[in-house]
Every structure is written in C-alpha cells, then in structure tokens.
Design a protein around this ligand. Structure first.
Ligand SMILES: [Zn+2]
Length: 80
C-alpha cells in the first residue's frame, strides 16, 4: 500500500519512517540510565536520551512514523 500522504498543516509530502526501527531506537534510549548506574557522569546525557526515546516511541505509535520535512516534526493524521 503506497499512498501519497500530505501534511495537514503545510500540505507538503510526508516521509514514512520504518516504525520498528523507531521503536527499537526509542527503547534503547529509554534503557540508557542503566549505563548511568555504572558511569555516574552519564546521568546528564541519559536524561536527554530518555526524553528523545519517549519522543521516538510517540512518533512510532501516535504518529505512525510519518515525518514532515517542512514542519520538522512528526505528524498525527486524523483517523479516516
Ligand atoms: Zn508539515
């Protein structure tokens, strides 16, 4: 199924990223505080990684992996 999706905000073409890859990357980022347990200075970056991981998971689930190059963010499309 290859539909041409448009951004509801700016009407430009959307990019579809593989959802599985987003979910795997997001989960890896969320477990990164496990490293900080052994490497104390890693806490700062770990917090940022966890936030980025949550963003990636939201993108994969709520956003369906769709990305708008124009708006530079993931796009939530209304259910059809
Ligand atoms: Zn857009």
């Amino acid at each position: 199924m290859l539909r041409h999706l448009k951004c509801p905000r700016c009407d430009s073409d959307l990019v579809q990223k593989p959802r599985l890859r987003l979910i795997v990357a997001g989960l890896l980022m969320i477990v990164s505080p496990g490293i900080a347990y052994f490497v104390p200075w890693f806490w700062g970056p770990a917090v940022i990684l966890v936030l980025a991981g949550i963003y990636l998971l939201a993108w994969a689930t709520v956003g369906g992996g769709r990305w708008c190059r124009q708006c530079k963010q993931f796009v939530m499309l209304p259910k059809e």
